[in-house]
Design a protein. Structure first.
Length: 132
């Protein structure tokens, strides 16, 4: 579903709120905004103190520009996060990028031997898809 145009400015304003939860929910909602409508907010959020918010912003920015360095750095950081759920979310993001996800092959290869079996299997499968 498309995001109503009048909601976009309100959601962008919420991305500056001190509450992590509000910023995160606003960023998630803004993923539904028309291309370009929230890019400025996402550029700011990719440097947020909260790694989950940075990953959400990176998902938007990398779809627009697969070479976005700050977004790429946020994904690499999330792939190395101690939280399994966050690493899984980063893997899903890399997979969703299709061939552009190959940018992260070196990081994935470095992580493969360090992961728990459940995550390691997903990393190895993703490496295989991106390598082909």
């Amino acid at each position: 579903d498309a995001l109503p145009a009048d909601a976009i400015p309100l959601l962008i304003a919420c991305t500056a709120d001190p509450s992590d939860g509000l910023r995160m929910n606003a960023a998630m909602a803004l993923k539904l905004a028309p291309a370009g409508a929230a890019l400025e907010a996402m550029q700011r959020l990719v440097e947020d103190a909260n790694v989950r918010i940075r990953l959400i912003a990176a998902s938007v920015l990398l779809r627009v520009d697969p070479a976005n360095a700050k977004a790429g750095a946020a994904v690499v950081e999330a792939l190395s996060d101690p939280t399994v759920g966050l690493r899984k979310a980063a893997l899903q993001l890399v997979e969703s990028l299709g061939p552009s996800g190959a940018t992260f092959l070196d990081t994935l290869r470095n992580r493969a031997g360090l992961e728990e079996p459940e995550v390691r299997d997903a990393v190895v499968r993703l490496i295989g898809r991106l390598d082909s």
